[in-house]
Design a protein around this ligand. Structure first.
Ligand SMILES: *[C@@H]1O[C@H](CO)[C@@H](O)[C@H](O)[C@H]1NC(C)=O
Ligand SMILES: *[C@@H]1O[C@H](CO)[C@@H](O)[C@H](O)[C@H]1NC(C)=O
Length: 344
């Protein structure tokens, strides 16, 4: 009899494994993009050639109010970074990355774009391809060993300190699956910093956000901050703060990166997910209050839209936020249900 709970655990465990791998297969491959792999690198972005027609995105009238600050200019910085331990993985996401960066060339043409490279480039043409997409590649130096997802925060901080005085506004961005449809920089000032929750707008027009009942994120908290904390977060429905796209003034971004990197425990540098768990932990324990961060949920300016929330007009090839007539500016991940758009 005593073996039944054990057996149950194995069965439940395997079921969970199956479910999570199904979820991952669903969200990870950019299946409908594979056919573009042979597109020449100097061609315009397939995103704006095939999927979206930016001239039809509605940023007029009421929908122009989101652009409350100065237009993107040479004192703005889109800061990317990472390492490439798995060439195969990079090859899979390469077309989408280049497509997104080229779209950014159209939408934030005047912002400086830098990729801080940790270790070796994934392919011999990586640097020239990135240049073709308007991105300058800078080698990271003086960074600790570890997973590129974690180490990029050190690399970014070094880069920003070395280039003090050059930038007013900075957006720290995942390399894959960030879509900039409009002038992202014009939506915030250098006195602000935005962190983001993981939200969507449901069919009824309400915003819903991911909390620590989520298996993956709760697992990370448990791994790095203990089971009790993870249990509390899940019980409290504490919202997850996403580490993949953070934007604000230069000074605030430097302070944010300083707190984050100084709080990192070296023994976790090699673990994917540590950055996000730590960020949520710091935010929840109010260590970031001094930055007075604005928490981006899901609106015209920004949304972490893993599970849908935009409407796609396939005739106009345009997107609209929730039930409104306004088009989105920044999307981190993008799934538009009931259409061909599944770009993450
Ligand atoms: C985009 O939309 C505009 C205006 O509706 C149209 O003139 C143009 O041909 C479209 N471009 C593409 C590539 O479909
Ligand atoms: C959970 O919520 C309770 C009640 O609001 C609060 O006292 C506690 O600090 C929270 N725990 C965590 C870990 O945030």
């Amino acid at each position: 009899m005593a073996s039944i709970p054990w057996l149950l655990r194995v069965v439940v465990g395997s079921l969970l494994l199956i479910v999570t791998s199904v979820v991952f297969t669903f969200i990870s491959p950019a299946a409908d993009l594979q056919f573009r792999i042979h597109q020449p690198i100097d061609a315009p972005s397939f995103l704006t050639q095939i999927k979206f027609n930016l001239t039809n995105f509605n940023y007029e009238g009421e929908c122009s109010k989101v652009f409350k600050s100065k237009k993107n200019n040479e004192r703005d910085l889109l800061l990317l970074g990472g390492s490439f331990p798995e060439i195969k993985k990079w090859k899979e996401s390469e077309p989408l990355v280049y497509g997104q960066l080229k779209m950014s060339q159209e939408t934030i043409p005047n912002a400086k774009k830098i990729f801080v490279l940790i270790g070796d480039p994934p392919t011999s043409d990586f640097i020239s391809n990135m240049n073709e997409c308007g991105v300058e590649v800078v080698q990271a130096n003086n960074v600790p060993q570890g997973n590129g997802v974690i180490i990029r925060f050190f690399a970014w901080l070094n880069y920003l300190k070395e280039n003090k005085g050059k930038y007013d506004r900075v957006a720290l961005s995942d390399i894959r699956d960030v879509f900039i449809f409009g002038d992202a920089f014009a939506t915030f000032s250098k006195d602000e910093i935005y962190l983001s929750y993981e939200c969507l707008i449901n069919k009824r027009g309400n915003v819903e956000c991911n909390d620590f009942r989520d298996t993956w994120n709760r697992g990370w908290i448990s791994q790095f901050f203990g089971h009790d904390t993870a249990y509390q977060y899940a019980k409290n429905r504490t919202l997850i703060v996403n580490a993949g796209f953070t934007f604000g003034g230069y000074d605030k971004i430097v302070e944010y990166l300083t707190v984050l990197t100084e709080s990192m425990n070296q023994k976790y540098f090699k673990y994917w997910g540590y950055d996000q768990a730590l960020l949520s932990y710091l935010y929840t324990t109010r260590k970031l209050d001094f930055l007075n961060p604005k928490m981006a949920k899901c609106d015209q300016q920004f949304c972490f839209e893993l599970r849908g929330g935009s409407r796609y007009d396939s005739k106009k090839k345009s997107l609209y936020v929730g039930n409104s007539e306004c088009s989105p500016v920044i999307r981190h991940k993008l799934i538009v249900k009931g259409s061909a758009i599944r770009l993450t």
